[in-house]
Design a protein around this ligand. Structure first.
Ligand code: SF4
Length: 88
């Protein structure tokens, strides 16, 4: 049995409220996506509009894009890996 290295970092998975989602994403990515450090939008249920929360309030948001979901650059988007950022 071969265990392949996940494209999602252990830190990202452990610090995320969506750790289970990211683990699933890592296990189900295509061969092309396995070369990317990011999760696929479809796998994490990304939508380009707020759903209770939004990217701009997420721990994984980095001013202009998401650190863990590929091509997620809309501050009003949302996905199942959303993790509330600590209050300033
Ligand atoms: S909610 Fe937005 S910023 Fe947070 S993990 Fe999902 S795509 Fe990334």
């Amino acid at each position: 049995m071969t265990i392949e290295k996940s494209p999602i970092s252990r830190r990202a998975a452990l610090t995320s409220g969506g750790a289970a989602v990211l683990a699933t994403a890592a296990a189900t990515t295509s061969a092309a996506a396995q070369n990317s450090p990011y999760a696929d939008k479809d796998t994490v249920g990304y939508i380009a509009e707020p759903y209770v929360e939004q990217c701009s309030t997420c721990l994984h948001w980095n001013n202009s894009a998401c650190r863990v979901v590929d091509d997620a650059d809309n501050p009003n988007g949302w996905c199942q890996a959303h993790t509330a950022a600590a209050a300033a």
